[in-house]
Design a protein around this ligand. Sequence first.
Ligand code: C2E
Ligand code: CA
Ligand code: CA
Ligand code: CA
Length: 273
Amino acid sequence: AKALRSGGACFYQAEMDASVRVRRRLAEDLRGALAMGQLRLFYQPQVELATGRRTVHEALMRWRHPMRGFVSPAEFIPLAEESGLILTLGEWALRTACAAAAADPRMGRVAVNLSPLQFMQPGLPQAIATILAETGLPPGRLELEITESTLMQDQDRATVMVGQIRALGVQVAMDDFGTGYSSLGTLRAFSFDKIKLDRSFLREIGSSRQAMTILRAVLAIGQGLGVPVLAEGVETEEQRALLRAEGCAEAQGYLFGEPLPPEELGLRGSAAA
Ligand code: C2E
Ligand code: CA
Ligand code: CA
Ligand code: CA
């Protein structure tokens, strides 16, 4: 930090320019990625803790860049959001996931992430209905994941949108619960089919009494509202046992399976089960 104060500001500026250039370049490459077949969906299971049954698979986007290899969605989704390209990518993801689920009943329900920009499109419910009709997927087998912060951007519109989506018979899950600034407010304002507790809570549970207290409170709220709570980021047997003991209904994480391409789905599951 000291070095920065003495003329380091220049160096810092140069570094920022470089990272801006890298991001710009990446954003350009992303524009052609879909047409070039560089994008795929992987699927990660969600399990019912009491039975171990895989009830849902979440679709997660993967970009294989010809020079850079796999680029994390945490890096390229925000770029797509900024440029508006997410509308194209999001619709592709929705159609691809619905088609995959329709073709393979072993997938159960398929969960697709909705970006903030997608969620603001007035035509979204109609687009979902069209994709369901085209792929032949029953609405009850589609689940859409929406983050708290997406919902908070315009609460009135969001309430209408969630209502319209649920009226189609599609399930809506609140993603990354507990990371927004008004988690309780969001719960009060919206009706959901599932609450996905952000994995940051689970990470701290072994070491922090506060985290444990909050987990119990969220489970109690879910129970009171009649909404199942899913714990994200379950990596260890200890976490699984603890969640079961506390009455958590569902979980997702590397312990049960990492995101995989569709052709590898079910193979390990059926061998293990
Ligand atoms: P998310 O929706 O919260 O997805 C969960 C992320 O946690 C995924 O990262 C998943 O691979 C990872 N994960 C799952 N289990 C574990 C675990 O046990 N431990 C740890 N450390 N991580 C685990 P991924 O695939 O890199 O995606 C990152 C984020 O990018 C997603 O977070 C989501 O916000 C966004 N994203 C991915 N695909 C899409 C998409 O198709 N559309 C939109 N709008 N966003 C997407
Ligand atoms: Ca998600
Ligand atoms: Ca999440
Ligand atoms: Ca997340």
